[in-house]
Write a protein that binds this ligand. Structure first.
Ligand SMILES: Cc1ncc(C[n+]2csc(CCOP(=O)(O)OP(=O)(O)O)c2C)c(N)n1
Ligand code: SF4
Ligand SMILES: [Mg+2]
Length: 286
């Protein structure tokens, strides 16, 4: 485990124990030493603790993948779903009990590969959930096949002569689908990951945290070092309130911008459902 990630996880766990001994599972994750997914786990601990979200109201839904192991490490409710099917399950949970804080965690393969058809619909309904997409540009769990975010030319177990398909950009997709909170983070920047997850949990509506989260075991092309060379922050005067501008920034390759691209406040799916119930009540009474 590299020292940055070990410190991140241990501090997160330690902090959780100090604040509330019963709140989190105090087992260390089973990820490879140095895996980017550690930072998001720590970020979620920190955010949930700062916001004092009660364990009984906290649900983490995942698909399948190394990223999909998330619910095992968090004490609260967890649902380890089928590959690519975390979003529809989270939708049902949030509709059934709007009081719950619902977080979906999945990989690039899970979210924009096999589960790609669910993404636009969760977004356009403006469900009040936080989606943490851990993007390592590879299928980690199955030991290194190209994913929909892998670059052209990448050699992998399934592309011995180089990847042909052009990569999908999850930040761009979320913006294009109409997501009301879109942020991109990098697993090396621990504080920013925690801060943006916290903002996402506070946002009323669909929030995407697109985390550039390197797989240190199977991806030798997309690494902490390679991201470090291209990532950059928004200009000081950037305001996250213009979708067209946000899309332009999302598409930039140099730099690859990190931070909050867009935040917009509109009624959520559950707000609409409430209004419909009111209408039904008043129709039945008249
Ligand atoms: C329907 C189905 N197809 C394929 C698989 C095999 N499978 C498990 S995880 C995975 C890809 C995981 O990649 P990603 O979602 O990027 O997560 P990571 O492991 O990289 O975090 C695949 C193809 C499966 N479990 N179920
Ligand atoms: S295989 Fe890759 S994604 Fe999976 S735990 Fe190891 S480093 Fe992380
Ligand atoms: Mg992956």
């Amino acid at each position: 485990m590299n020292s940055l990630n070990k410190r991140a996880v241990l501090e997160g766990l330690e902090r959780a124990k100090i604040k509330n001994k019963s709140k989190w599972r105090d087992i260390l994750p089973t990820w490879c030493p140095g895996c980017g997914h550690f930072t998001a786990l720590n970020g979620l601990y920190e955010a949930a603790l700062d916001l004092k979200i009660p364990e009984k109201n906290f649900v983490v839904v995942s698909g399948i993948g190394c990223s999909g192991r998330f619910p095992f490490f968090i004490k609260g409710f967890g649902f380890h779903a089928l590959h690519g099917r975390a979003l529809p399950i989270a939708t049902g949970i949030k509709i059934a009990n709007p009081e719950l804080t619902v977080i979906v965690v999945g990989g690039d393969g899970d979210g924009v590969g096999i589960g790609g058809g669910h993404f636009p619909h969760a977004v356009r309904n403006n469900l009040d959930i936080t989606y943490i997409l851990l993007d390592n540009s590879i299928y980690g769990l199955t030991k290194g096949q190209v994913s929909p975010t892998s670059p052209v030319g990448m050699i992998s177990g399934t592309t011995p002569y180089g990847n042909i398909a052009r990569p999908i950009n999850p930040t761009t997709l979320a913006l294009a689908y109409g997501a009301t909170f879109v942020a991109r983070v990098f697993s090396r920047e621990r504080q920013d990951v925690s801060d943006l997850i916290k903002q996402a949990l506070q946002h009323k509506g669909f929030s995407l945290i697109h985390d550039l989260s390197p797989c240190v075991e199977f991806n030798r092309l997309i690494t902490y070092k390679s991201w470090n060379q291209v990532v950059g922050k928004f200009p000081e005067d950037y305001k996250a309130d213009n979708r067209t501008l946000a899309l332009q920034y999302a598409e930039s390759k140099e730099p690859v911008y990190l931070g909050l691209f867009l935040k917009e406040n509109i009624p959520t799916f559950n707000d609409h459902v409430k209004q419909i119930f009111k209408k039904i009540d008043s129709t039945e009474k008249s």
